[in-house]
Design a protein around this ligand. Structure first.
Ligand code: R5P
Length: 293
């Protein structure tokens, strides 16, 4: 029997594409709220003895968590052979340590919860900072997929003489990989986070790159402040207008519009989170790395 893939409505486009690419059955469910806002969920296909996959990008995770857990628990009780989560964007990865006394380490709590309901998790470039692998917090089978080759292909196809710029030391891991694949030079800046919406980025030294197109590359664009600060520095250096490339289009509040107003020539993301900046398609990556097709 073919595996069966489900999704909630926000991820339906990507999920249907994936089902098509990987020849999976596509399942339906009925999800709604009771008048008191508790969640009602009904799986509309038989899942008995089947490998069940749920594609759910964990953007705005709090509101998705309960439906996610209800789905996984119901699918298991209804006899699924396995229940697997495909979370192209994995939330709750940034609070990975107790910075101040009494803080919850939410990445560990979230991982514990998901691990007790699902059999496996697949995700794209999770924000691994102080952790080396997902296995440090997820106790289930897990696989990390990398968007670097897709970013490199986009850069190679659309930009002439790009100069890749990573905002901080931790971005070096993927910026250097994208640069190598796109055969482009890169520089890494230094970032100091001063608060949720405030960062300080070092001034790039780019004298020898006057004719290059600056391409800011990051895994997550959330408030956009990291990229905005960098854009401000670049404007003073009189380089061509910069392109912002992010894997995950989190865009809190009006971050996307602010980046465009702040001088970005273009803002491009992967469709790990549905957004109008999505230009880099991940469906083939998911199909190949999860289903081998
Ligand atoms: C964190 O270190 C990440 O790699 C990103 O740099 C960060 O999440 C971007 O956040 P924001 O867009 O809010 O500056």
């Amino acid at each position: 029997m073919k595996p069966i893939l489900f999704s909630f409505s926000e991820d339906q486009l990507l999920a249907q594409n994936l089902a098509h690419q990987a020849s999976l059955d596509f399942g339906n469910m009925n999800v709604r709220h009771f008048p008191d806002l508790e969640t009602y969920l009904q799986i509309l296909n038989s899942v008995k003895d089947r490998e069940v996959y749920l594609l759910c990008s964990l953007f705005h995770p709090n509101e998705k968590l309960m439906p996610l857990l209800l789905f996984a628990d119901a699918a298991k009780e209804l006899g699924a052979a396995s229940v697997n989560l495909i979370a192209p964007y994995l939330a709750y990865m940034r609070q990975d340590k107790r910075f101040q006394e009494g803080e919850a380490i939410s990445s560990a709590t979230f991982a514990k919860t998901i691990s007790s309901f699902f059999d496996a998790i697949y995700t794209v470039d999770p924000h691994l900072h102080r952790r080396n692998s997902l296995s440090e917090i997820y106790t289930i089978s897990n696989k990390v997929l990398h968007a670097a080759p897709l970013l490199a292909q986009w850069i190679d196809r659309f930009l002439k003489d790009p100069l890749l710029i990573g905002p901080d030391e931790e971005s070096k891991q993927w910026v250097s990989e994208v640069a190598a694949l796109a055969q482009a030079p890169y520089v890494i800046l230094e970032k100091k986070r001063l608060g949720d919406r405030e960062v300080e980025i070092s001034i790039p030294q780019l004298e020898k790159y006057q004719n290059f197109i600056p391409v800011l590359v990051d895994d997550i664009i959330s408030t956009g402040k990291t990229m905005l600060q960098t854009l401000r520095h670049l404007q003073k250096l009189q380089l061509p207008p910069a392109i912002c490339v992010g894997v995950h289009a989190v865009f809190s509040e009006n971050a996307y519009e602010e980046l465009l107003k702040g001088g970005a020539a273009k803002v491009v993301t992967c469709n790990t989170i549905f957004h109008l900046s999505n230009e880099i398609e991940i469906v083939h990556l998911l199909a190949k790395e999860i289903f081998g097709v």
